[in-house]
Design a protein around this ligand. Structure first.
Ligand SMILES: Nc1ncnc2c1ncn2[C@@H]1O[C@H](COP(=O)(O)OP(=O)(O)OP(=O)(O)O)[C@@H](O)[C@H]1O
Ligand SMILES: O=P(O)(O)OC[C@H]1O[C@H](OP(=O)(O)OP(=O)(O)O)[C@H](O)[C@@H]1O
Length: 231
């Protein structure tokens, strides 16, 4: 059976993803010209490569259109409901590291933990007559973390697709849930991460769509073993 591997076609994970496959002995070559969105692996005739963006890869593994993909764990857990039932994280690849965090204005001196934030949310409702607003593109992770893990129900998510950290200063939201790596964007926007506010420590992963047909396919096992050996 042909196995399809989806690799980032652009963005910050592109180069390191193909480097790891190369080290694993799977040398990716584009089919057609350099701008082609299909590829193959030299010497592995039953493997096809699809070049997609990181978030498309998460979606395509979720619906089983591709067998494997390299993408961020944040995009898997945000993009897919019941992620663990649908996909398997075969290996964490050690690049593309970033944390999804809850960050509040630095001037909220008394707010250091999620419990403090729960009190603030209750206060907003009783004293200001409105809900605490959270700017994020990670609405699924935010809801799970606030509602299921911390029992905080009094908030409203304001979807933000860019410049999320600017939302508190511009007045479009009170706090943010966003990705951070060096912390400099949070710092520049005078935001601080709550001490127990790390929702997910993400990095690039080799992810497999859970398919019955994989169970006895030696090619599937070979691909996983080769990538793990290259780490
Ligand atoms: N500093 C960072 N900022 C944002 N994302 C980061 C950072 N460091 C690592 N990542 C990770 O990179 C991945 C997103 O990569 P990238 O931004 O290149 O995707 P993209 O090409 O924009 O994809 P799409 O267009 O589908 O959103 C996520 O898994 C994210 O966790
Ligand atoms: O903690 P830091 O190192 O400052 O990184 C975090 C920032 O980097 C990303 O934005 P980026 O400017 O890369 O643009 P993007 O959101 O379009 O990826 C991300 O959305 C954060 O804003």
């Amino acid at each position: 059976m042909t196995i399809t591997i989806a690799l980032p076609s652009k963005g910050r994970m592109k180069d390191e993803a193909s480097d790891i496959f190369e080290r694993a002995g799977l040398r990716i070559v584009a089919v057609g010209n350099d701008r082609s969105y299909r590829g193959r692996v030299e010497g592995w005739d039953d493997v096809e490569v699809a070049f997609l963006s990181a978030s498309e890869i998460s979606r395509e593994i979720g619906n089983g259109t591709v067998d494997f993909g390299v993408t961020g764990e944040d995009l898997i857990r945000e993009g897919l409901a019941e992620a663990d039932a649908r996909v398997e994280i075969c290996a964490r690849l050690g690049f593309g590291r970033a944390d999804v965090v809850v960050a509040v204005p630095e001037i909220w001196l008394d707010v250091d933990t999620m419990a403090d934030l729960g009190d603030v949310a209750a206060d907003f409702r009783t004293r200001r007559g409105r809900r605490l607003t959270i700017a994020t593109k990670y609405w699924r992770l935010t809801q799970q973390f606030f509602s299921s893990q911390h029992g905080i129900q009094l908030y409203r998510i304001v979807e933000s697709l860019g410049a999320t950290e600017g939302a508190p200063a511009s007045g479009s939201a009170d706090i943010v849930v966003d990705i951070t790596s060096t912390g400099s964007t949070l710092q520049a926007n005078h935001l601080k991460v709550l001490s127990d506010g790390v929702i997910l420590r993400s990095q690039a992963c080799l992810v497999r769509a859970r398919k019955d047909s994989h169970a006895n396919d030696p090619l599937v096992a070979r691909i996983i073993a080769a990538v793990k050996d290259a780490l």
